[in-house]
Structure formats: C-alpha cells, structure tokens
Write a protein that binds this ligand. Structure first.
Ligand code: NAD
Length: 285
C-alpha cells in the first residue's frame, strides 16, 4: 500500500504511545482514522488533537479483550467510513515479574488483552475486509519480547510470541485476498505502558477499566525490558513519521524517535513496517 490518502485506518490502543504516534503519522499521510482505546478520557483528547491537526478522526471506547466491543468497533468503522483498509492491533499491557510468580489473574489479563485483543481484531475486521475486496493491511504490535524472551516478563513474552505466530499465519492465509500483514517488534520505547495497571479489570486483580488509578499493585513498573529498577518517568513519547515511499516498494517506516534514559543508552529507533512483503519488522537503532 503506497498511497494512504483517504484510506481508513483503525488503531487500537490508539490514544497513547506507539498507537497514537502511528495514528498521527497515518493521518499526516492522509488516512482517515478510527481510534479505539479503553481509556475514554484519553480517547477524547487524542481525537481532539488529531481533528485539530485536520485529520478526519472518530474515537470509540473499546476494550479489545471483549469480543463484542471489537465487533462494535468494526460495525462503527464501516458505518462511518464505508470501508476499512488498515487495522493496527496495537493495544497491549505488561505485567512484570518472574514467570513462576505470575498469578492466574496476571496470566488472564495478559492473554485477554495481548492475545485475545488481536484475535478479536482478526475476527471482526479481516473477513469484512476480504469481502469488501479492496487492498488492505493488518498490523500487529508484538514486541522484541515476542522474538526473544525477556527475563521477568514471562506472561508478556508468551503473548507477544503468540502475536508473531498470529501475524505470520494470517499473512500466509490472506495474501491471495490482497491483504498484507506486518508485525511490529519494537524494543524499548518511552510510552505510558508503565501505567497500564490503571486499566486492569477488578475481577483480574486491578482497580478497574476506567481512567483513574489506584491499582492493587504494580510490579516492577517501567519501560518494557527496563530491568525492574523502579518507576521511570516518561521522557519522550514516540513521534513516528511514516515514509510510504522511502524504503522501496511496499514499505512504510515509522521513526519512533525514542530516547531512553536512566540506564538505557539513548536509542533513536527506526521501526520499519513492511507493508506488503514481510511479516517481521526490521528494527534499527
Ligand atoms: N513501550 C515499549 O517499550 C514497548 C515495547 C515493545 C512492544 N510494545 C507494545 O506496544 C503496544 C503499545 O504500547 P505502548 O508502549 O505504546 O503503551 P501505552 O500504554 O502508551 O499505549 C497502550 C494503549 O493501549 C490502551 N489499552 C490498554 N489496555 C487496553 C484494552 N484492554 N483495550 C483497549 N485499549 C487498551 C491504553 O489505554 C493505552 O492507550 C503494546 O502492545 C505493547 O506491548 C511496547
């Protein structure tokens, strides 16, 4: 997909961090946006900012772990825009701690959001995209942890590896329908993921899915892979720029521009999303 003008893109977890940055970048390239996020307040603010930048945007509060909510998101996207060309299954959470110390609720929450979320995205969007017949692209945000397991991130590693498998399987199965599939596997990006516990459901040991805090606990908060040395302040949200034509046919680059402190080297990332031909994302830093 070379030309993003007037294409319709749905981004889950689209109000913060990587999702919001990609939404901005897609919008700058002319895409129309449907943002989904569990955080309704953040969603309003993100939609307002994108609209103020002249990007046609609608938001729908959506918990990706709930199949009916993702189905509703797809219904609304088609109702509003009449098509969906790009779906980015990006929403994710991380529970830090040793694999053997994960509670059943830790596993449930991780799997519900990080794996069921993307599966719901496939179920709700892909058959309709195929039926619609237009070229399209499905993106997943996995993690470098989906390729190489990190210490103290067992549940996260498992879900992210499964997302890579989901993306690779889907890519093989939808290629004939003209739909490309990519999976983004970033390393450390300075985002709000350390606050993900704020949306942990009560029945899975959290404070609920609203925008306020007060989580039951939060093990080893920090940037993913941060080694658990305590809370880190968010320094620089990623500001990716999409370059649809910059890297040859069919590739889009997102320059996340991340800068990481407190034990990390400064690390501007270039995340290359291969929109047509490759399932795995190249990561350069
Ligand atoms: N930050 C990193 O270092 C890093 C590294 C590798 C992969 N990732 C992945 O990138 C993706 C985006 O995370 P981020 O780092 O930008 O974090 P972030 O917290 O800034 O953004 C994630 C967004 O997802 C939303 N969200 C959380 N649970 C949700 C749910 N159940 N339904 C819908 N929305 C929900 C949050 O409200 C938030 O807006 C995640 O899948 C994460 O695992 C992040």
């Amino acid at each position: 997909m070379q030309d993003l003008r007037d294409k319709v893109a749905v981004v889950t977890g689209g109000t913060s961090g990587i999702g919001f940055a990609v939404a901005q970048a897609l919008g700058r390239e002319g895409a129309r946006l449907m943002l989904a996020d569990i955080d309704a307040t953040q969603l309003d603010e993100a939609v307002r900012r994108l609209q103020a930048a002249g990007i046609e945007t609608e938001g729908l509060a959506t918990d990706v772990s709930k199949r009916d909510e993702v189905e509703r998101l797809a219904d609304r996207a088609w109702e509003r825009f009449g098509a969906v060309h790009i779906v980015m299954n990006n929403a994710g959470v991380a529970v830090f701690g040793a694999t053997q110390d994960m509670t059943h609720e830790d596993w449930m929450w991780s799997v519900n959001v990080n794996l069921w979320g993307p599966i719901h995205g496939v179920e709700s969007f892909v058959p309709r995209m195929i039926a619609h017949g237009a070229a399209g692209h499905v993106l997943f945000t996995s993690s470098f942890a989906g390729l190489v397991s990190n210490r103290d991130l067992g549940a996260y590693n498992v879900t992210k590896a499964a997302v890579v498998a989901l993306a690779e399987s889907l890519r093989k199965d939808v290629a004939k329908a003209g739909i490309g599939v990519s999976v983004l596997c970033p390393m450390r990006v300075a985002t709000n993921i350390a606050n993900c516990h704020l949306h942990r459901p009560q029945d899975l040991g959290g404070a609920g899915t609203s925008t306020h805090g007060g989580a039951r606990r939060h093990r080893r908060p920090g940037i993913i892979g941060g080694g658990g040395r305590g809370p880190r302040r968010r320094r620089h949200p990623p500001e990716p720029t999409l370059y649809p034509h910059a890297q040859g046919s069919g590739e889009v680059c997102a320059d996340a521009g991340g800068s990481h402190r407190g034990g990390f080297r400064h690390c501007p990332l270039t995340l290359r999303l291969r929109l047509e031909s490759g399932a795995r994302t190249n990561l350069r830093h």
